[in-house]
Design a protein around this ligand. Sequence first.
Ligand code: MN
Length: 198
Amino acid sequence: MAFELPKLGYDYAALEPHIDARTMEIHHTKHHQAYVTNLNNALAGGVWENKSLEEILANVSKLPVAVRNNGGGHFNHSFFWQVIGPKAGGSPSGNLLDALNRSFGSFDKFKELFTNAAMTRFGSGWAWLIKSGSELKIFSTPNQDNSLMDLAELKGIPLLGVDVWEHAYYLKYQNRRNEYLAAFWNVVNWNEVAKRLV
Ligand code: MN
């Protein structure tokens, strides 16, 4: 069972004007597709070929670097498409808001710390909100690494992530990662984030 590119739950233009349609289309059909294709090629004929992506990531230090890069790429993008969406943004509520307040002081402080993690990731990578044990934590990873990998600096369940590779924003924002990150908050689907907290 080879991995497949998941369909998006919305149109490429659905996140306009925050994330433009052309970026979404290239990001999904070219970048994400390449991670899927290269992951399948890296696993073909081996003992890990029929394992779940989560199991592969939990053992990724024993596998070729192509599995780390492309398995991470496939997971991270599949995740990203779900935690963003149209008619989104605003503020979380309920248990998620309580947990953010408890861990970071306030929702605004959380946004500031998360944005800072994304801004200070040098080069390509991701910023994350994760559930690590009973705590929420913010950190960033290089390349396509994530907190499900056995070699991650911080391990835990990803709740929210933002792609800060230039391919995620360069067409619309060029070098202005700060503007992309400001726009990102308008497309965060807090209901999807909250589902992952339980
Ligand atoms: Mn990407």
